[in-house]
Design a protein around this ligand. Structure first.
Ligand SMILES: *Cc1c(COP(=O)(O)O)cnc(C)c1O
Length: 621
């Protein structure tokens, strides 16, 4: 963050808090669908979906098939409903990715029916005046659709136009919906009409599912709701002061000289503008917060820069963190900022942070981040063959011959991936298992046993296992190739043998000797055996087991992969409830398989899949 021009912080604990507040308003048996359209209103569809599912969401709502496909590709398995009408040419993708379309016309239902079996949700327009069958002629259409052999009507839904501010109209819509449902002979599994505001303001007697959007992100759709429900903002948008300047009286600031300094002023430049999603209409109008002081935006917001008046805050410095939005402060809340220009909260959320990295927080700890590039690439976009073509074309242009280029290209690939494979130091069959058990001796700690095994070419007749208390100390061992195992001991624990030891270390079937040394903030354990001499240069099986302690209140455990690795399996065993694994994998496949069975969470890739250094998993509990 220190080095980001701007970033957003997404507080998943607040998101959970908001869901819990909303749940109090569910009818006795209503389930909820989390709306994650538009990248979950700018919060990140994948992470919001995961958290919502953890908190009980039974399905997800998206705007189009592509949003659904991305979630599928990221490993989300729950039902996904496309809320808007789909296009005919999207039907194959809908089918392939097991996504549920909504249906607003008979023609579309027939098209689906021709293409195979589909579950659908029927959209009824009860007064929103947008998509859906008009409530007046929905009945006959639903009857017709019900006769289509390949179509299963899983849901019927409608959408409120004014749930946040017009009870009367909302009731009219709800009544129209109820009347229609009274007449329908079929009983679809799901009946739904309420958005998040509707959940607070209105109950429909048939509905058994609600669709939650805005309020889950901690933004009120109407001030009046504040007395009914407490929610907390999930997104904070931040930047830094990049320059501090002075202007004499009468000097203009920004495009078209809309601000002329009324007196000598001091002002700061922020490296964000409307291209970052900071609305242009906040020009000469918006506010930001720095060191708990509120400062005014002056002049027009540019595409990439914004000026703020800091005359009254002489202590502010270049590099100071600037809160542009969120942060529990009413003045810079989404609601207040949008009211300054009669804008829409939904729009502001959806556009904020277009060029910002997102950091995900839970219990005030950063647990995940997603990169600046908003569009997540599909593997298909970047498959080896595509990259291969680019490389081949480049070689071809250089050599001016297609034939030779082809040969050279193949030769490079062969050397890189076939012949030389074994000369690059990499690990195969990487298995790391970690187990937490209660400890009688140290009740505040988990007795932690680990085993690491992999195959690798032996470099020397010994190697080391190291353990340190600080990341800086441990980092010194990262680039050394005589170290095969590194463990970061929690700060609360002393560097002593009783708190970290190797219980067994084997190469192939030989148990090695080990010798411990404590120095320079590290435990170094040298593992050796005379027979290793004969194995140097050969691929051998390593197996390293350790015993240590891990503080219960840490709430997270990180496992890193710092070598090139082919085929990874990391398991975490404990009696803890609610353990979550957050893999941060670099390599072709960013989404390893996660299973959770018998208290063991397992993260794995295919045997032949490469995982690049700087990958890892964070277990939170
Ligand atoms: C966006 C959307 C919602 C969520 O509405 P909020 O007001 O954000 O809670 C619900 N249903 C449909 C059909 C939507 O398009």
């Amino acid at each position: 963050m220190k080095y980001d021009r701007s970033w957003t912080e997404i507080d998943l604990s607040n998101f959970e808090f908001n869901l819990n507040s909303l749940k109090k308003y569910f009818y006795p048996q209503a389930d909820f669908m989390q709306i994650v359209k538009a990248d979950a209103y700018g919060h990140g569809a994948y992470q919001i979906a995961r958290k919502a599912i953890e908190c009980g969401a039974i399905s997800l709502g998206v705007a189009n098939v592509q949003e659904g496909i991305l979630l599928r590709y990221q490993g989300i398995n729950v039902p996904i409903v496309i809320l808007s009408p789909s296009m005919e040419n999207e039907i194959d993708l809908i089918k392939q990715n097991d996504i549920i379309p909504s249906v607003s016309t008979l023609e579309f239902a027939k098209k689906l029916n021709e293409k195979g079996n589909f579950k659908i949700h029927i959209n009824v327009d009860t007064g929103m005046g947008r998509s859906g069958f008009s409530y007046e002629n929905a009945l006959k259409n639903i009857q017709k659709i019900n006769k289509l052999k390949n179509i299963e009507i899983e849901g019927i839904f409608s959408h409120f136009s004014s749930a946040e501010d017009n009870q009367e109209y909302t009731k009219l819509q709800s009544d129209r919906f109820e009347k229609l449902l009274d007449k329908i002979a079929i009983h679809p599994k799901f009946i739904h009409i309420s958005n998040s505001s509707g959940v607070i303001t209105f109950h429909n007697k048939y509905a058994n599912l609600v669709r939650l959007g805005l309020l889950t992100f901690g933004v009120y759709s109407n001030k009046a709701l504040k007395s009914k429900i407490e929610i907390k903002p999930v997104m904070t948008f931040k930047s830094h002061i990049s320059q501090i300047k002075k202007a004499k009286q009468g000097y203009p600031i920004g495009y078209n000289r809309t601000f002329i300094s009324p007196k000598a002023i001091k002002y700061a430049i922020l490296p964000i503008g409307y291209a970052d999603g900071y609305d242009f209409l906040l020009s000469n109008n918006g506010k930001v917060k720095i060191r708990d002081r509120i400062c005014d935006i002056i002049g027009k917001i540019s595409m990439d820069l914004t000026a703020i008046d800091v005359t009254d805050n002489p202590e502010l410095e270049i590099g100071d963190e600037v809160v542009l939005l969120g942060d529990d402060d009413d003045i810079i809340s989404v609601e207040n900022l949008t009211s300054l220009y009669h804008g829409l909260s939904y729009e502001m959320l959806a556009q904020i942070g277009r060029r910002a990295k997102r950091y995900y927080k839970e219990n005030n700890k950063i647990i995940d981040s997603s990169p600046i590039l908003r569009r997540d690439f599909m593997p298909k976009d970047f498959s080896d063959s595509k990259l291969g073509n680019i490389i081949e074309t480049a070689i071809e242009q250089r050599l001016q011959s297609k034939e030779i280029a082809n040969l050279v290209h193949k030769d490079i690939l062969k050397r890189l991936f076939v012949e030389k494979d074994r000369d690059i130091h990499y690990r195969r069959n990487f298995k790391h298992s970690i187990k937490f058990e209660d400890s009688d001796e140290f009740p505040d700690y988990f007795l932690t046993t680990t085993n690491l095994s992999f195959s690798k070419k032996l470099q020397n007749d010994f190697f080391k296992v190291v353990c340190a208390k600080s990341e800086a100390d441990l980092e010194k061992y990262f680039l050394r190739n005589d170290v095969e195992y590194r463990w970061l001991l929690d700060n609360s624990i002393d560097l002593k043998e009783m708190y970290f030891s190797v219980t067994s270390v084997m190469i192939d079937n030989t148990e090695l000797y080990n010798e411990m040394k404590i120095a320079n903030g590290c435990i170094e354990i040298k593992c050796y055996h005379s027979s290793l001499k004969n194995l140097v240069g050969k691929e051998v099986d390593f197996s390293i087991s350790t015993k240590t302690y891990y503080p219960k209140n840490s709430k997270q455990l990180s496992i890193y992969i710092i070598d090139m690795t082919k085929g990874v399996n990391i398991t975490f065993e404990s009696k803890l409830k609610d353990v979550e694994a957050i893999p941060i994998f670099s390599g072709k496949n960013k989404f390893p398989k996660i299973t959770n069975k018998n208290n063991i969470i397992s993260i794995s890739t295919d045997k032949d899949e490469w995982v690049m250094p700087t990958s890892g998993v964070v277990f939170t509990y």
